[in-house]
Design a protein around this ligand. Sequence first.
Ligand SMILES: NC(=O)c1ccc[n+]([C@@H]2O[C@H](COP(=O)([O-])OP(=O)(O)OC[C@H]3O[C@@H](n4cnc5c(N)ncnc54)[C@H](O)[C@@H]3O)[C@@H](O)[C@H]2O)c1
Length: 241
Amino acid sequence: MGVAVVTGAGRGLGLGITQKLAKLGHTLVAVDIDEESALDAAASVGGRGFCCDIADRDAVRALAEQVGPVDLLVNNAGVWRFGPLLDLDREAIEDVVHVNLLGTLWCVQAFVPGMAASGSGGVVVNLSSGAARMHSPGTGIYPVTKNAIEALTIQLAVELGPLGVRVNAVAPGSIATEATARILTPADRAERERTIPAGRMGRPEDIADAVAYLASDAAQYVTGQVLYVDGGLTSGRVNRS
Ligand SMILES: NC(=O)c1ccc[n+]([C@@H]2O[C@H](COP(=O)([O-])OP(=O)(O)OC[C@H]3O[C@@H](n4cnc5c(N)ncnc54)[C@H](O)[C@@H]3O)[C@@H](O)[C@H]2O)c1
């Protein structure tokens, strides 16, 4: 199964992905900007935990040297700062671009050469978002970075294919995590569940299953794709009474 690095592994979707991959037999490297949660996540799966800000390119390079060769990179760490684009300050915009887009690229630059050198290739899975397809006012630069992640996924698939590295993305819809619980009132959540075709918000396990599929040999002929795991949310709304 090999060694899997998961960024933003400390909680939410990253923790769910970490636990799923460990169950499947991967050896986990849990990375998070929050040291305690990285170490706890790693301890929960018998893996190694590292504190690293993926927006810091030098720190990511140093991390990759410390970790050594890996077979799977899951670029899950992501942040959002909501507000109307006309009012968003520079720091809020740069933070989201530096983590979501550039942080993903720094991790690819740091970890993929080792995968390619191993001779057996490797897999990268990036995290997009349903927000890349369904734009809502006030969501800041976040949806733009997730569209960029989808374009980056395709570009990398083309460039890394000859090195034996597959690159895909998973785009979660509305998933129940601590982060979404902070921004959704119970009434918001009920309204979402009323209109999502699948009738519920997603669970971290739904996303972990999709990442596990893309990481597996069952997806060995799949590269440059974005898999929407959203219960139908971005396809259309239903109107349950
Ligand atoms: N939860 C959802 O409904 C949802 C929907 C669509 C997309 N996503 C995407 O899924 C991913 C995970 O979302 P989540 O809901 O689990 O978020 P979350 O905020 O619960 O967890 C994100 C984790 O990333 C870590 N992190 C943040 N900045 C970092 C940095 N610079 N370096 C390293 N680690 C960092 C945080 O400490 C945290 O542990 C994100 O990319 C997000 O955009 C989530």
